[in-house]
Design a protein around this ligand. Structure first.
Ligand code: PEP
Ligand code: CO
Length: 445
């Protein structure tokens, strides 16, 4: 079948909202097609070559952010804190792993969510489920739950504001390695792990000084970092509307984000999401879960990376701490047997979700850490390499995941549980995880 930005329409598209007003949807999509894009093809190509280097064992990928961004959280303090925690984690990883880190936020467009049921029923009333702020609103009223195409444009605006602020901070010197103190969150001085973190920061500051002394001048590469965006490419009509051709380059780019990914629920090989993603030039990722067979994984390789282009395809395995040892080797073997190579990332969040005694959705820090540790080991044992991690985290002091250095308990969860969807690591837990990952320095495939 010939690919076009709309060829996915002839395949079954799951997890799509039902917009009652087709005219309003078409008007919103027309506007999305016309508005300037959020990213450029140069950046998209640059990320692909960074990911190719990661696939070759020369970089480590840190992909992280909210499960779902919300319109209310499009606010300077929250965005800056999210960036701070990602910068701090990457600094720790660069130092420990002794290799550059590719930083990718789940940010500036991570607004649409797959759901396990299309509708929700309360007290005899059945309404469409909440699918994320860019589709409908969470309140349980029919007005809020009807998918509203105007929210697609609001999502585009808020993504643009977010990416604009992130770019401004980075270009303005916020990510300057000479000033890692800019990224300090309030906790740094009283957290259980503050000392470990500070030791690494001091070592880096010394190295920067040493290299500049050697060079006899400031090294400007230390003033800024590269930062990329990603989101789950769920709403195909909106993704297609932002899929464009650019001058002097072949093919089509999705210019709403650098790295779109296919979620577990939309990864069917004969489904619309795989059809859409196979034709765009961006680097792309697919989540792999326990239910996927070797043949499924192999078919994804063939469909999504027929030219075997390095950096094009990442597989994000999310198997759960109890299943990674038995499930991952089969996936690694399947990719190899198909004659393909991918960049392997571990999402230690989505296979480890559980319900706490008080009904809150949570994850245990120990399970998350264990899945990461086991993933390093399984890849090494299979002659493969774990090239990065995919995390749900926030720069705030939330209490959504259990455990960590402060050993959060089920009672603590009620103190600051803010996620509308999945539980995120708070900043201390996120940094703790990065310190543990950093301890894998020296690991070679
Ligand atoms: C997610 O990343 O928030 C998500 C829904 O993941 P998965 O597709 O792996 O379930
Ligand atoms: Co999630």
């Amino acid at each position: 079948m010939i690919w076009t930005p709309s060829s996915w329409q002839s395949m079954p598209a799951v997890q799509q909202p039902n917009y009652p007003d087709a005219g309003a949807l078409e008007a919103a999509l027309g506007e999305l097609r016309r508005l300037p894009p959020l990213v450029t093809s140069w950046e998209v190509d640059a990320l692909k070559s960074r990911l190719a280097e990661a696939q070759a064992g020369k970089r480590f990928v840190l992909q992280g952010g909210d499960c779902a961004e919300s319109f209310a959280d499009c606010e300077s303090g929250l965005i800056a804190n999210r960036l701070k925690v990602l910068l701090q984690m990457s600094l720790v990883m660069v130092h420990g792993l002794k290799m550059p880190v590719v930083r990718v936020g789940r940010i500036a467009g991570q607004y649409a969510k797959p759901r396990s049921a299309d509708v929700e029923t309360k007290d005899g009333l059945t309404l469409p489920c909440y699918r994320g702020d860019t589709v409908n609103r969470p309140e349980f009223t029919s007005d809020s739950r009807i998918p509203n195409p105007a929210l697609l444009l609001e999502g585009h605006k808020r993504s643009a504001m977010t990416i604009n602020f992130v770019r401004g901070l980075i270009d303005g010197g916020f990510a300057d390695l000479h000033h890692p103190e800019y990224w300090d969150l309030d906790w740094v001085h009283h957290a259980p792990l503050a000392e470990q973190y500070s030791r690494r920061v001091e070592a880096i500051t010394e190295s920067v000084k040493f290299m500049e002394t050697l060079a006899g001048q400031p090294i400007h590469d230390f003033n800024r970092v590269e930062f990329y965006t990603s989101h789950e490419a769920l709403l195909l009509a909106a993704e297609a509307a932002q899929t464009r051709q650019v001058p002097r380059k072949p093919g089509w780019y999705n210019l709403s984000t650098h790295l779109p990914w296919i979620g577990l629920r939309t990864a069917a090989v004969d489904g619309a999401h795989v059809e859409y993603m196979r034709g765009i030039r961006n680097p792309i990722a697919v989540k792999l879960g326990v239910s996927m067979s070797a043949e499924w994984v192999q078919e994804l390789c063939r469909l999504l990376n027929p030219d075997k282009e390095p950096g094009r395809l990442s597989f994000i395995h999310r198997l759960g701490a109890g299943k990674v040892e038995s499930g991952l080797p089969k996936m690694i073997d399947a990719v190899r047997a198909a004659g393909h190579e991918v960049l392997w990332l571990c999402d230690p969040m989505h296979g480890n979700t559980q319900t706490a005694g008080n009904g809150l959705k949570t994850r245990r820090f120990d399970d998350i850490l264990s899945e990461v540790e086991q993933s390093f080991a399984v890849h090494a044992a299979c002659g493969s390499r774990l090239g990065g991690v995919h995390l749900e985290l926030t720069g705030e002091d939330v209490t959504e995941c259990l455990g960590g250095a402060r050993d959060l308990t089920e009672t603590d969860l009620e103190r600051a549980y803010r996620s509308a969807v999945d539980p995120r690591l708070n900043y201390e837990q996120a940094l703790e995880l990065s310190l543990k990952i950093a301890a894998h320095g020296g690991h070679k495939p």
